[in-house]
Each structure stands twice: as C-alpha cells, then as structure tokens.
Design a protein around this ligand. Sequence first.
Ligand code: URA
Length: 233
Amino acid sequence: MRLDKFFTSIGRLSRKECAAEARRGQISVNGDVQKDPSVHVDPERDTITHRGERITWEKHFYLMLNKPAGYISSTEKSDNTVMKLLPPEYEKAGCFPCGRLDVDTVGLLLITNDGDTAHKLLSPKRHVAKSYRFRCTEPLSDEMVKKLEEGVDLGDFTTAPAKLQLDSPREGIISITEGKFHQIKRMLAAVGSGIDYLERIKFGPLELDTSLSRGEWRRLSEDELKALLDVAG
Ligand code: URA
C-alpha cells in the first residue's frame, strides 16, 4: 500500500497533508525519514511514525453511536448527519452508518467502513434482528398485537412476524428482522396507531450501551466485534 493511502485509510491525513508532512520530514518508516508519499509500505509489518508517534494500522472501524433525534443517518454533505457527531477522521476513513434510523428515531447505530460486513448485516437474507423500544399514540388491542405478530400487509409487501413485549397498552419492545424504510411506523400505522417514540436498543448481537448519552459513541469491544462478525458470517 502507498504511504499516502496508509494515512488516508486510517483517516489520519489526507493525501495532500501526507505529501506536505513527508516533505517536512515528519514521517518515518522503519526509523528512516520518508519524504516520498508514493513509497510502498506494509501496514502490518512496517513501523510508521508521524511526528514521532507510532501509527498503528486499522483497516476497519466499528463504532456504536447512541443517535440523538434530529440527525440523519447518512454521509451526505449536511450539518446534521450522524457523521458530524464523530471525529472527522472516521468520515475521512470512509465510515458510514450501517442502515438508517429516521431523523426522529434515537438509539443504537453501527458506524463502520467495513462495507462487506455492513452489506451482509443489512441483507434481508440474514434476518438480523433489530429491537426497538416504542411508545404509540393508541393503545394496542390484542387484535392489533396479533396482526403485528402474524405479519402486516403494507401494500408493497407483507412483513415477517414481529415479536412484541408490551409494558403497557401503548409501550413496549418490538423486534423485527427486516429493515425497510419507516418499517415500524408503517406497521403500526397499518394496525391503526401512530408512533411517538422509537429507540433502537438492539442490532443483531449488539445492545445499546446505556452508559452512552445521546450523541455519544464508542468503539465496539472485542467481544462485540467478534459477535457481530460471526453474525455477518
Ligand atoms: N422503523 C421505523 O419506522 N423507523 C426507524 O427509524 C427504524 C425502524
């Protein structure tokens, strides 16, 4: 891999910044100052330093964000994307939200630059379960719950059966294995209720870390990452 690619892939420097830093003698490879940003390095074996700091290579990043309301799950150029809640190096390293939560939905959002794993986790074939704490505008009758648990006809498709755990007639946890646009809102609307609170608390093996305030994030732990990669296969 080229030296400048090494720095851009971890979000540490842009190509231009890498060239400038190399020119200034701020980058070394295996103890020697390296002024040529196009030189090839082995990220797993070579010792690369920038301004005296050893830079370790990570191909992929996996972050858990507790998404607040008011942010869109996208990387487009706008001030209110979830990416703006993270240090800019993650976006520079190609990270993106794995799936979408609506602007008013809060909770667990996985952010990664591992496109392959994200694709597998989002594939309808994998049936990755997602659980949401919800509050709806109408009390759910047994009949409405039964419809949700059997699968609801949304016109363009019929949903797979959802699992429901109610804490009260208007509140509870709903789990689904699909991830269509506005799916839960559409499912509830189809049985006759609106939604006034939606928080994702589980995504596959990941559980929302409730020690994260809204807008806070952390890297996945090794165990979480292993479980996630196992599910992705
Ligand atoms: N279902 C929805 O309706 N909205 C979300 O954000 C997630 C699931």
